[in-house]
Design a binder for this molecule. Sequence first.
Ligand code: GLC
Length: 682
Amino acid sequence: MLDPDARDLLAALTLDEKLSLIHGNSKFTTAAVTRLGIGELVLSDGPHGVREELEPHTWNTARRGDDFVSHLPCLSALASTFNVELAKEYGDVLGAEANGRGKHVILGPGLNIHRGPLNGRHFEYLSEDPHLTARMGVPLVQGIQAQAVAACAKHFAVNNQETERKTIDVEVDERALREIYFPGFEACVKEAGVLTVMGAYNKLRGHWCCQSDALLNQVLKQEWGFQGAVVSDWDAINETLEPALGGLDLEMGSDKCPSYDEYFFAKPLKAALEASKVPLSAIDDKVARILRVMMHTGVLGARRRGRVNTWGHREKARQIAEEAVVLLKNERGFLPLDLDKADSIAVIGDNAIQVHGRGGGSAGVKALYEKTPLDAIVARARQGASIDFAQGYARDASPEQAAKLRALAVRAAKRAQVVVFCGGLTHELDREGFDRPDMKLPFGQDELLAELFDANPRTVVVLITGAPVELGDWHTRVPALLQVCYAGMEAGSAIARVLFGDVNPSGRLPTTYPKKLEDSPAHSVGEFPGKDGVVRYKEGLFVGYRHFDSNRVEPRYAFGHGLSYTRFEYSNLELPARVNPDLSMSVKLAVKNTGSRAGAEVVQLYVRDVESSVPRPLRELKAFAKVTLEPGETKNVELPLAARSFQFYDAEAHTWKAEPGTFEISVGSSSRDLRLNGKTEI
Ligand code: GLC
């Protein structure tokens, strides 16, 4: 409940003052109630850094010169680290900078599941897997909120596409909802005490998410015990009664209303109250939730000071970016490049010179700086080494220009000892409001790569993308392949430090890399993006590797996959023959670095219910640990399992259930590289 002085405040507020606290009074603030010392509540995007200042009542930039910030890697990149400590530190930086920029609520993290590879906001979300999403989301929220800033778990729920995002109605079964799409939100509410949740634009089973009594009152507030405030997505509601009664607490961005006084939670709600269509208790509950957010964020008093653009923040951004780089392929130890022997390097590709911070929509960041791969390779290469750059392709090139760019790139490749190709996507395709048309590499990159390998087989490919892409025939010829999602202000230096071996890559894929779009369950079993205003998640809970493994579809690269410059050996798996009565257990094993250089391994544990009365995936990630090991070093790893590790959601009984019988425990380096197996019984 509210602490005393907030309760007194609630009692002292007039009705008009109460209503002024539960709807916007500018694009990103609520009105102050100066009579009672209540300041404005200031909200701001975004998940990867504090958004630039906009004009108070429009979406136009305010053209300030004091709103440059640290630009952190996108959340898909953070998830690739599989490092929960880094997730906490990510939150520390984001919260400190939001505080430093005078914000009380930062509108992140995005916790929606990667249902399919075309989602334009794929880069804003963590993973296809609910366990990884939850385990990374909780410390991230804790980090943000430790800085006296409220985090915002968004977009609740099943906002997994941008096509028709403001009208699409999602049909999904209860188990998929509970076992796949909810866990990230549920964990951030129950374990991290997230202070705000943003309702999604779309409908769920015919009800708008921002006003669904079932979703907001019954699940979020009553079942999960959410004590914070539900904020609408911007301009997401179109009426007063259902949101007021359905659990929405704060209306933002209602551009369709002619003035803030005519927002749905302003005069119309007052009229509804006076007509006894909405009880005063409903208003008081909203205000109490807003006051709770204000208490935590210094709106009602002092708060610790924030920090912006510190050296420490940049170092953290670099560390996260370095751990986000995923080494997908490395034949015959092609990488790392030996600097002493690298006399001539050709850096080719438009993404070698592109920066990505500002793009993508509301997640855009006005970065203090952004190091490109070319900047960093030039800075890192040996003195005296010659470096050529050729753009290779361009987003707006005519066929003639494209041919010329390709010819120049081929010439540079022929002359060089080694080629570093930087390609992939940009926020021209990875962006809010739109889904990608396909999974292809755009702007003729596949054709260019074929010519580059003809010109020089010693070509490393670095894919910078917000989501998986189809790899062309060149894939069989590439000796080394790196994948990194938009990795923030230090992305370039992270890529260079991995290429030259200063950093041993430890990233793992947080989402399956399909060979082709049709292999993705959202496109082969389910619907994407739906038809006649409805999208049916017919794949149910068989999302991502759950589909690929259970239906024996070969991925291009598996969930959890990522190579290292060293090797790891697994041994001594220990697990009890029987699970404890409370369905907990501890799994132990040893991991040894059998290579010649230090490195970090992401030990992953998957559980399989060998016989069950309901369809269950072949295996599901239920624990992971990142272990750093010196050459020759062995560490004992302990992976705790809790009840949910064995349970499925029984939709009839509305409860989680683990059936008696045998469970298989597999531990390994990816969902398809399982090294040790054991069985246990319930
Ligand atoms: C946008 C996005 C949401 C963002 C909000 C404010 O439409 O869906 O993620 O935080 O509006 O910009």
